[in-house]
Design a protein around this ligand. Structure first.
Ligand SMILES: Cc1cc2nc3c(=O)[nH]c(=O)nc-3n(C[C@H](O)[C@H](O)[C@H](O)COP(=O)(O)OP(=O)(O)OC[C@H]3O[C@@H](n4cnc5c(N)ncnc54)[C@H](O)[C@@H]3O)c2cc1C
Length: 378
């Protein structure tokens, strides 16, 4: 049986960052169910692929710049916000980097040196605690294998099996949403990011992101509501704003977490730690999770490098600022999600930008209708 110091389950932005930052001091196994070393198969990460300013800053801290093969067009400079509750729209300046998420993850994995052993196309099935170590069961195609390890890291995302199987149930849990994304041909030639708030659909939000020749329409529906029905209803209601989304080419659904306070973050116990969305690290206002994943992965790596024996206590201490950041985001929450407050912010135009009537989009978004699409100039 092969033995590892650290076994990381999940090679998304959190797991890949942790693996990259652990230097050659440890014997590390990086496991992922996706075939990240081969052509992408059916299993790909369901994501909008927007690298927000916080994630851009994290990349800068690591001295990384995104290679052009990972980028997709268009690169966007604004977000149009549709407020269905108050029948208003506003545009805000934002700068996201638009990437192909699968290629982004593969790029991060490619930065992990050869000293990191990789087991891709391989699922984590469970682990049993022995005296001073764990026996981890992995499944690759039909082949079961068992390895032993001192430390297990759950970097396996929202639906973390490491958390479910190995860690006691927590009192505080992030809110759970079913997120559906549907891909359409970009017949409306959209070239900006669109976010929509609609209490009838969700207490979170829905979005449209242009990506290469297509557009992605996504929604986050609270668990317990019929996600497909409300996703379709939002799509139907979008027609009023000129967005007619027809002939979908692909549809994906997955779990999305939303911590409502830093108390919902759970970092692990004993020799098991959680990073990224598995720990509950994701923005409660925008669902931006890539920066939190990379930053928590890095903090854990630094903690392990300092002390393999005492790493969890260090990790808990050093993630305090990241947890504080979640609470700070919650201060913004009413301005975004309280319909009356949002109405006043829209009315006053706080933070929004003036859009020229003869902007490029006007020529191709033919179906957009008045009066809601009349931009409010400051
Ligand atoms: C629809 C949607 C759109 C989003 N859009 C954005 C966006 O535009 N920008 C942004 O910043 N954030 C976005 N997010 C959030 C972001 O995708 C996540 O927060 C982020 O990917 C978390 O990174 P992670 O490494 O913690 O987990 P993940 O990226 O989820 O990676 C987990 C990895 O674990 C692997 N895995 C899971 N279970 C097992 C198992 N049993 N065995 C082996 N491997 C396993 C998976 O294959 C995956 O590679 C979006 C989320 C959703 C749901």
């Amino acid at each position: 049986m092969k033995h590892y110091d650290i076994t990381i389950i999940g090679a998304g932005p959190a797991g890949a960052t942790l693996a990259r930052q652990l230097q050659e001091n440890y014997k590390v196994l990086l496991v992922d169910k996706r075939p990240l070393d081969k052509e992408p198969g059916r299993l790909i990460k369901n994501c909008g692929g927007l690298i927000a300013p916080d994630a851009q800053k994290a990349l800068a801290v690591f001295g990384l710049s995104i290679p052009k093969e990972v980028l997709v067009s268009p690169q966007m400079f604004s977000v149009e916000t549709l407020d269905f509750d108050n029948d208003m729209t506003r545009t805000y300046q934002r700068h996201y980097i638009n990437v192909d998420r699968e290629r982004y993850d593969r790029w991060l994995v490619s930065l992990c040196g050869s000293h990191i052993e990789k087991a891709f196309n391989t699922r984590f099935r469970g682990a049993v605690k022995k005296k001073g170590y764990y026996e981890v069961t992995l499944l690759s195609k039909a082949n079961k294998s068992v390895v032993t390890t001192d430390i297990i890291i759950g970097a396996d995302g929202a639906n973390s099996k490491v958390k479910k199987e190995l860690l006691p149930k927590q009192f505080h849990e992030p809110k759970r949403y079913i997120s559906i994304q549907e891909w359409f041909p970009n017949t409306i030639h959209l070239n900006q990011y669109v976010a929509m708030f609609d209490e009838e659909i969700s207490d979170f939000y829905s979005w449209i992101i242009p990506e290469e020749n297509g557009i992605i329409f996504g929604s986050a529906i609270p668990e317990g509501k019929d996600a497909t029905t409300y996703h379709n209803l939002q799509k139907e209601k979008l027609k009023k704003y000129g967005y007619h989304l027809t002939n979908p080419t692909k549809k994906e659904g997955c779990l999305l977490l939303r911590p409502m306070s830093s108390k919902d973050i759970y970092l692990g116990e004993g020799n098991i730690a959680l990073i990224g969305e598995a720990a509950g690290f994701i923005s409660p206002t925008s669902a931006e999770g890539i920066s939190y994943a990379m930053l928590s992965g890095n903090i854990l790596a630094q903690s392990i490098l300092k002390s393999k024996e005492n790493f969890l206590a260090l990790y808990i201490e050093n993630t305090k600022s990241l947890k504080k950041n979640i609470d700070k985001k919650m201060l913004k929450y009413p301005a975004m999600y309280h319909r009356t407050l949002r109405k006043w912010i829209f009315k006053l135009g706080i933070g929004s930008m003036h859009i020229e009537q003869n902007r490029q989009t006007n020529t191709y978004v033919k179906n957009k209708v008045t009066p809601f699409m009349v931009e409010y100039s400051l």
